[in-house]
Design a protein around this ligand. Structure first.
Ligand code: ASP
Length: 346
């Protein structure tokens, strides 16, 4: 049900969606979002209030980082009571990382926070941006007859699909269907009407207020295994000063080389207090360290299973947990449970 008194805050961070073509040079440049309605006149036909705020310097999302995530959290915190929902316009390249980070930083929210963007600029005639933006806005104000928001979590809306933010991955650099949620079902699909799967939504704890977390620890890295990975590479990585966690992208169900030198270096990292999380390189499916001997060897040396978490969400969750000031033992404990619907834990 659309509430005509509702208000949405659009937060424009940058990315292709907010670009127009310079008629002289043909290059893409960011435009002033206070003129949003000039480029998307359809917005004036939506019967609810839309305000927008933009980053002083809109960025290509390749430049996204924890400092920018904090800015988004502050904007939402400052405006939380004034708006029914939030739409974040963001480049697609790192949108899955941002959606994951925000899902942890915006704890216990009872309102929709929808990230969207586009593959073609909104100023291009064949843009996918208008449809993504207009439907994201509708989702941001959609409520049940009791006035409760249908969506109470951080999501990505793209190409008619509403997905849990921390389950998404960018899958295509060219075509409009740019995101997928391989390990969690789609939360809503937009067709002639928007069909929500209410039973799948992440809900805030009853009688608890939202918490806005704006401290992250970026001392996290990713190691993607490949046949031929050398001891030098691994040793250099674990020697990085202040490194607190490694997302180890393993093969299949969580497997790695079974050779002594490899396991010894990983064991050395674990013994130094570095949290090593086992995440599969496969697009879908889960880590199961008891399935093969090589997975079990990792478990035995203290590597933690990431289950079916994405690399994007694992990185964001580790930054978030260490940002809370937790020690490595506490972080390991929280990596074994799902805190914002990011993993399916057996
Ligand atoms: N490079 C752009 C960005 O992520 C691509 C996009 O917006 O889709 O900001």
């Amino acid at each position: 049900m659309l509430d005509y008194n509702a208000s949405v805050l659009v937060i424009y961070t940058g990315g292709t969606i907010g670009m127009i073509e310079d008629p002289e040079t043909g290059t893409l440049k960011a435009y002033d979002f206070s003129h949003l309605k000039e480029y998307v006149p359809e917005l004036s036909r939506l019967k609810f209030n839309i305000n927008s705020i933009q980053f002083q310097q809109p960025i290509d999302s390749s430049d996204m980082n924890p400092e920018q995530w904090k800015k988004i959290v502050w904007i939402i915190e400052d405006n939380y009571d004034r708006y029914d929902g939030f739409v974040i316009l963001h480049g697609t390249d790192t949108m899955a990382y941002s959606a994951s980070a925000l899902s942890f930083m915006l704890e216990n929210i009872g309102k929709p926070v929808i990230l969207t963007g586009s593959q073609l600029p909104i100023g291009k005639i064949r843009t996918d941006g208008k449809e993504n933006l207009i439907t994201a806005l509708e989702i941001a104000v959609d409520k049940d007859p009791d006035g409760k928001a249908f969506v109470t979590e951080v999501c990505i809306f793209f190409q008619s699909l509403l997905m849990r933010g921390n389950r998404t991955t960018k899958i295509n650099a060219t075509y409009f269907k740019a995101f997928n949620s391989f390990n969690y079902p789609i939360l809503a699909e937009a067709g002639t009407h928007i069909h929500y799967r209410h039973e799948l939504m992440h809900r805030p704890l009853r009688n608890s207020k939202p918490k806005f977390h704006a401290s992250l620890d970026p001392n996290v890295t990713i190691i993607k295994l490949f046949p031929g990975i050398s001891a030098e590479i691994l040793k250099a990585t674990i020697a990085i000063p202040h490194l607190k966690a490694i997302v180890l992208e393993t093969y299949g169900a969580g497997n790695s080389p079974n050779e002594k030198w490899f396991l010894n270096i990983i064991a050395e990292a674990v013994n130094k207090g570095i949290v090593v999380v086992n995440v599969t390189q496969c697009a879908s499916g889960s880590v199961d360290m008891m399935r093969y001997e090589s997975g079990k060897a990792l478990k035995d040396i203290g590597v933690v299973s990431g289950y079916d978490i994405t690399t994007e969400a694992a990185v964001a969750k580790l930054m978030f947990l260490f940002g809370l000031g937790l020690d490595h033992k506490e972080v390991k404990t929280y990596m074994k449970v799902s805190i914002a619907g990011e993993a399916t834990v057996e």
